[in-house]
Design a protein around this ligand. Structure first.
Ligand SMILES: *[C@@H]1O[C@H](CO)[C@@H](O)[C@H](O)[C@H]1NC(C)=O
Ligand SMILES: *[C@@H]1O[C@H](CO)[C@@H](O)[C@H](O)[C@H]1NC(C)=O
Ligand SMILES: *[C@@H]1O[C@H](CO)[C@@H](O)[C@H](O)[C@H]1NC(C)=O
Length: 372
């Protein structure tokens, strides 16, 4: 009896660990789907290699694919490192190294270098370009959906102790590490803390993307409270590349090759993984680790009543990161796939007209018009 019991327990642990890690990526994909322009979503659904049958027309089921295939021979050895990125010498919270912006406010680490070019920043650029070149490239779509999530996970952006995997902490008295905390435990906790949106919202645009998952109420809250109120004024800034990455700035670091400008005319948008990673890294630095964290000391409590956890919760940091990732993914897909989607719609005699913005925010306009 012992062997099967152990095996069953192990299986339970693997699935639940995986499932929590999966929740973040699926939430990001679902938020993105809600904000796609209808012709773009129709285009994705029209190709069963892009959205396979098992996904039932949704993006969330493909979001964890890059984690699942990491050890498959075809992908082993090269795809794993694309989930992370870091600047050499970074060791938060004591030393925060990241390329300087050149405006004199944050030059620390400006003379260093990227730990590797095979990182999540380059990967976002890589798979964005590949998808633009070949809109039917299902592999690029899956990598892109996943890596947009990873670039918003604070501990995917430092090489300290392999992104905190080697940094033990306690979570409600149980030993874990900071990487797992950010990958899953904080999200799991957030789902429990923000569970008041159990009833459907009046918006069909939002509801039709939900698949009856445990995180549906959380997604409703991120949009209904978050996008509508909490981040309303900062929202436009989420879609501009920081000036440091433009050619105009007298930056000591040349524009990163991974910042892309895509499209033309009103649809022109910039896919700026460097700006996004830089913003996430601020969170890595300010909140990624408990104050004065020392991996050699006895593991400190990072859950419940700890100052570390309260700061993350009260600043809505996990909520912001997931929402930014989802909306930026939507903007990227709308930009990259907009032209081919519009052409496909025209050909099918459907309305291929695309809303001007990089996001379909009709639900927000409707909510305001109807004073929901
Ligand atoms: C770019 O994509 C190709 C094809 O999947 C892959 O071989 C290469 O490693 C990728 N490079 C980066 C930096 O993402
Ligand atoms: C739902 O809970 C959040 C905090 O989790 C709160 O900010 C919000 O006001 C609540 N909204 C409703 C409608 O109860
Ligand atoms: C946004 O998406 C919803 C649902 O797919 C759709 O009804 C609406 O027309 C879209 N808005 C725009 C401006 O395309």
């Amino acid at each position: 009896m012992l062997v099967p019991t152990l095996a069953a327990t192990a299986a339970l642990f693997t699935t639940s660990a995986h499932a929590w890690g999966a929740a973040g990526h699926e939430i990001v994909a679902t938020i993105a789907e809600i904000h796609l322009h209808p012709p773009v979503l129709a285009f994705l659904r029209s190709d069963s290699s892009l959205i396979p049958d098992y996904a039932k027309g949704h993006l969330a089921p493909i979001a964890t694919w890059p984690d699942r295939i990491r050890m498959v021979p075809e992908y082993r050895g090269w795809s794993g490192q694309l989930h992370y990125g870091s600047w050499d010498g970074d060791h938060p919270p004591q030393v925060c190294s990241w390329p300087g912006t050149g405006d004199g406010t944050d030059d620390e680490g400006g003379k260093g270098r990227w730990h590797s070019d095979n990182d999540v920043i380059h990967a976002v650029a890589n798979y964005t370009s590949r998808l633009e070149t070949n809109p039917h490239d299902w592999e690029s779509l899956r990598f892109l959906v996943h890596f947009l999530g990873d670039i918003h996970q604070p501990l995917h952006l430092t090489s300290r102790e392999r992104g905190g995997n080697g940094d033990p902490v306690l979570w409600e008295g149980r030993r874990t590490n900071l990487h797992s905390l950010w990958d899953g435990l904080l999200i799991a906790r957030a789902l429990r803390e923000h569970s008041n949106y159990t009833s459907p919202l009046p918006s069909q645009q939002i509801e039709s993307a939900l698949m009856g998952r445990i995180y549906d109420p959380y997604i409703r809250l991120l949009l209904w409270e978050g996008v509508r109120t909490w981040w309303r004024t900062s929202l436009p800034g989420w879609f501009t590349c920081s000036p440091s990455s433009s050619a105009l700035s007298p930056s000591p670091t040349p524009p990163h090759p991974a910042q892309l400008v895509l499209g033309a005319g009103p649809a022109k948008a910039t896919v700026c993984p460097v700006t996004w990673a830089t913003e996430t890294h601020k969170t890595t630095c300010e909140m990624g680790f408990p104050d004065g964290y020392d991996e050699h000391g006895a593991p400190v409590e990072a859950g419940g009543k700890s100052e570390f956890y309260r700061r993350i919760r009260d600043s809505l940091t996990v909520e912001r990161l997931l929402t930014q990732a989802g909306l930026r993914l939507a903007a990227t897909l709308n930009t990259v796939l907009g032209p081919v989607a519009a052409a496909a719609a025209d050909e099918a005699g459907l309305d291929g007209r695309m809303h001007e913005g990089v996001l379909n925010l009709s639900w927000l306009e409707e909510a305001e018009r109807e004073a929901w």
